[in-house]
Design a protein around this ligand. Structure first.
Ligand code: UGY
Ligand code: MN
Length: 266
């Protein structure tokens, strides 16, 4: 019998919890199920729990988080950071997002915001239910002759689903303008019908922060397969061999960070 089929007694460790962990931290990737990611808080956020998923201490050149914002919580005052870009994606609940100087708009599941360096914003939960938001910070890498991008506040439903691969069952939503070289990273929703997969194992210089949104599958990292489902996180460093093979009966989708459009620093 599997551990989750045995009765779980409140107040006692779950059956199978001792020493069983899907999580792996390897030199150039980390697989993180949410149950092991402990909470912290940040000075500029009130009534908000944060879970840090990726950070330089892991090997990542960016930082990624889940925010859990209680009713009445969020940014204490408009917030922004010189030199640092922010990206937010709504996971559940309804918040209010405002780019400084503009009116607040509802920010719900599938909403997203891109803030160029120094742009101040507010993210507030004025509802009566908790709000979960995925957050990402990356230092902007300016490129000679290219302007810094403008802020974006939108929803994934406004972004077309495309498929440039010729492979049946794949779908892509490029949340940031694809091919616009002012941007130094992509945030892409990757859709998979059951039974499809990448045609090959990829090995590339770009790193990834992957947050699983829907469905389930097997993820190949380095030399091992990992079973993945919604709310799991993966950091893939440069040159980490990778492939996804969806399992189950429903579509799978993950949100993928990828650094692009800049030369290798020597
Ligand atoms: O675009 C990508 O690098 C993507 N195919 N990688 C991934 O989903 N792990
Ligand atoms: Mn990749």
């Amino acid at each position: 019998m599997r551990p989750h089929q045995l009765p779980q007694i409140p107040g006692r460790p779950a059956v199978g919890a001792i020493g069983h962990n899907r999580g792996v931290v390897a030199p150039n990737y980390a697989f993180m199920p949410p149950e092991g990611v402990l909470v912290s808080r940040l000075p500029h956020l009130e009534k908000t729990i944060i879970r840090i998923l990726a950070a330089p201490v892991l090997g990542a050149a960016f930082a990624q988080y889940v925010f859990e914002i209680e009713p009445g919580g969020g940014t204490r005052a408009p917030f922004g950071e010189d030199g640092i870009q922010h990206f937010y994606y709504g996971l559940s609940g309804e918040a209010a997002f405002a780019i400084e100087g503009q009116t607040a708009t509802p920010f719900r599941k599938g909403s997203f915001a891109y803030l160029p360096p120094g742009t101040r914003f507010s993210l507030r939960n004025d509802s009566t239910e908790p709000v979960r938001v995925l957050a990402l910070r990356k230092r902007y890498e300016p490129a000679p002759g290219l302007a810094v991008p403008e802020p974006i506040l939108s929803h994934q439903d406004s972004v077309p689903v495309t498929n440039h691969t010729g492979m049946e069952g794949r779908g892509f939503q490029f949340l940031l303008p694809h091919g616009d070289l002012r941007f130094d990273f992509e945030m892409n929703l990757m859709w998979f019908k059951p039974g499809t997969c990448f045609p090959d194992v990829e090995t590339h210089v770009m790193e990834h922060g992957l947050y699983m949104l829907e469905g389930q599958g097997l993820y190949f990292l380095g030399r091992d397969w990992h079973e993945i489902w919604a709310r799991d996180f993966i950091w893939m460093g440069g040159y980490c061999p990778q492939q996804f093979y969806p399992t189950g009966f429903d579509d799978a989708c993950y949100l993928l960070y990828k650094n692009v459009n800049r030369d290798v620093a020597l």
